[in-house]
Design a protein around this ligand. Sequence first.
Ligand SMILES: CC(C)(COP(=O)(O)OP(=O)(O)OC[C@H]1O[C@@H](n2cnc3c(N)ncnc32)[C@H](O)[C@@H]1OP(=O)(O)O)[C@@H](O)C(=O)NCCC(=O)NCCSC(=O)C[C@@H](O)CCCCCCCCCCCCC(=O)O
Length: 195
Amino acid sequence: MARYTRIPGSIALITLMNPPVNALSAAVRQGITDTVGRAVSDPEVKAVVLCGENGKFCGGADIREFAGPMTGPPLIPMIDAIEAAEKPVVAAIEGIALGGGLELALACHYRIAHVKARLGLPEVTLGLLPGAGGTQRLPRLIGVPAALDLIVTGRHVSAQEALKLGIVDQVTDGNIQEVAMEFAQSMSATLNSRC
Ligand SMILES: CC(C)(COP(=O)(O)OP(=O)(O)OC[C@H]1O[C@@H](n2cnc3c(N)ncnc32)[C@H](O)[C@@H]1OP(=O)(O)O)[C@@H](O)C(=O)NCCC(=O)NCCSC(=O)C[C@@H](O)CCCCCCCCCCCCC(=O)O
């Protein structure tokens, strides 16, 4: 599931809800598809913030669903639709952004991380490759050598290392949602002033 909250000041806050790590289950993918569509089509919404409930952004594909048939909206078009949104979408990364969770964040236009967050593409530890755009978007963002290191080792990086590598735009020790909403507001104001 994903909760949609309209924040005064033209922001839509979308919160992933799937304990314990807000993994991208069929219900979460459906929730993201619906809420992003709602935000994009609402003329009052100028920017979107994506976050996770209970201090965790997203642990990636829901490994509990690996044994069953695929149901719900597929991950790749859902992620591509975020990148294609004509309003700034900011990922507010707290706790973890792993696997498909980082791939989701990479499709957002900006990423803000809490100082204690950890990010990575650990698919290799499950015998997989990142399958939702991480092998394209990460090298484009930080270059092939640094991206390959993360993809082939599966290691997690701290928020500070992610900032140094260029994966995230800002690190904060404040309230991640408030900082991301302020950032989204200023991005939308900057973009609107240029139009
Ligand atoms: C998250 C952790 C770091 C937490 O660690 P911690 O020590 O705090 O706690 P635990 O390890 O005990 O975990 C707590 C709790 O959480 C559960 N859990 C953890 N991760 C997940 C998860 N991802 N899903 C579900 N549940 C999870 C864990 O089981 C515990 O539960 P319990 O009940 O026991 O308390 C740590 O847990 C961790 O590191 N987790 C693993 C994270 C991970 O590996 N994530 C990556 C998952 S794989 C992935 O994301 C793949 C993506 O790249 C997407 C792939 C998309 C594929 C699409 C394919 C389309 C193919 C289309 C082909 C088209 C071809 C054509 O074009 O023709």
